[in-house]
Design a protein around this ligand. Structure first.
Ligand SMILES: Cc1ncc(COP(=O)(O)O)c(C=O)c1O
Length: 385
């Protein structure tokens, strides 16, 4: 990767030291240019002009096919959604539930509301799992929590607080051995690590476009394994579900049945562009670079007195998301001091009672450099003094 050329694609880097890819990734110039171009054509030509439609529709379809190739799935196992929360709703609201069914969630999940609603509506039991940072401990604890009543497991395969990157394939194997389904929140994984959904073996996977995928807001994907589609009822039906000529009701084929109503195809075309951009760099190269930046950051942090790192020590369990606390310094002060130096990081104030994860979150993308991290380390060292 030629980092100087790459950085030139991210105008925001000229203005700030941006270390919040886990919040919202920086959008590269080719992606913003494509979205602007398409909205411009929308205004100049009118949305239903045949020439414009003929250009836009294939771009959206290509996004699904490109995503399928990049993430090791079939295109008809992917539904476009607006966000992770929507993907989770599609699965959770579409599955049948009985009182006493169990769902395992971790204590680092950010999106657990649809699961908690199951408890209220159907008497489903939510089992909260502490996410260990040591691989064997994590898998043992998970195995201990599985029971014959476990119906679903909902975990981030990379969490947005400690950034622990869990062994997804092994989790799937353990859960499936007990007859439980697995859905991962891949918001912090897709675009940061290589993902192969068929090899991973999960049943459902939620992807969002605006973090590590560097795409537009409000555009994501939900993977539903082919043989699980008949089990997940599409609760909302829109265009494509009815044959207008005969008024026959027939749900769309594959995961397309979950794609509800009129869609913003320009966002999908924007995601298509960002997938093309990232695919050109390669997820192996991206994850190697992010891992190297993480290593550098952690080495630097260890030199600063009073620093506590809330992220895994084992690099194989870590990610480009690092939780940092500084003794005697409030997270808000750390964030404000960083911003005075032009550095964007965010506070981690609450984490479902996890006081060990109170601090700030630093999440460099592949477009960051060691010099970016040096600037932050200097600010933190100043605060420690
Ligand atoms: C792990 C995780 N899941 C989900 C989300 C939210 O995703 P969306 O806005 O697509 O629902 C976030 C956002 O911070 C996240 O970190």
């Amino acid at each position: 990767m030629d980092i100087t050329n790459t950085r030139a694609d991210f105008p925001a880097l000229e203005n700030h030291t941006y270390l919040n890819t886990a919040g919202i990734g920086l959008t590269p110039q080719p992606v913003t240019a494509e979205i602007q171009r398409l909205f411009g054509a929308w205004g100049a030509q009118g949305a239903t002009t045949p020439t414009f439609r003929q250009e836009l529709q294939p771009l959206a379809a290509t996004a699904r096919e490109r995503a399928a190739k990049l993430f090791g799935a079939d295109a008809d196992e992917l539904a476009f959604t607006g966000r992770v929360a929507e993907s989770l709703h599609i699965v959770v609201d579409g599955l049948p539930w009985q009182p006493g069914d169990e769902v395992i969630v971790s204590d680092e999940e950010v999106l657990y509301m649809p699961i908690y609603r199951l408890a209220k509506d159907y008497g489903v039991v939510v089992i909260k799992m502490r996410l260990d940072h040591r691989r064997e401990d994590l898998l043992n604890r998970f195995d201990d929590l599985l029971t014959p009543r476990t119906r679903l497991v909902w975990l981030s395969d990379t969490t947005n607080k400690s950034g622990v990157h869990i062994p997804a394939r092994e989790i799937c194997a353990l859960a499936h051995a007990r007859g439980a389904l697995v859905m991962f929140d891949g918001a912090q994984t897709a675009g940061q690590f290589p993902v192969n959904l068929h090899e991973m073996g999960c049943d459902f996977y939620a992807i969002t476009g605006y973090k590590w995928l560097l795409g537009p807001y409000g555009c994501g994907l939900c993977y539903i394994r082919r043989d699980r589609i008949p089990r997940v009822r599409a609760l909302r039906v829109g265009h494509g579900a009815i044959d207008h000529a005969s008024c026959d009701y027939a749900e769309a084929e594959g995961a397309m049945r979950y794609d509800f109503g009129v869609r913003n195809l320009i966002l999908r075309a924007g995601l298509n562009e960002s997938l093309e951009y990232l695919g050109g760099i390669g997820f192996e190269a991206i994850s190697a670079r992010v891992a190297a930046l993480r290593r550098y950051l952690i080495e630097g942090l260890r030199e600063i007195p009073g620093v506590h790192i809330g992220s895994p020590h084992d690099p194989a369990m870590g990610s480009g998301i690092v939780c940092v606390a500084l003794e005697g310094v409030e997270p808000a002060e750390m964030v404000a001091s960083a911003w005075e130096a032009g550095i964007v990081i965010v506070p981690l104030e609450t984490a479902q009672g996890r006081s060990d994860l109170r601090g700030v979150r630093v999440s460099p993308g592949f477009y960051n450099t060691q010099e970016d991290l040096d600037r932050l380390l200097e600010v933190l060292a100043g605060l420690a003094r």
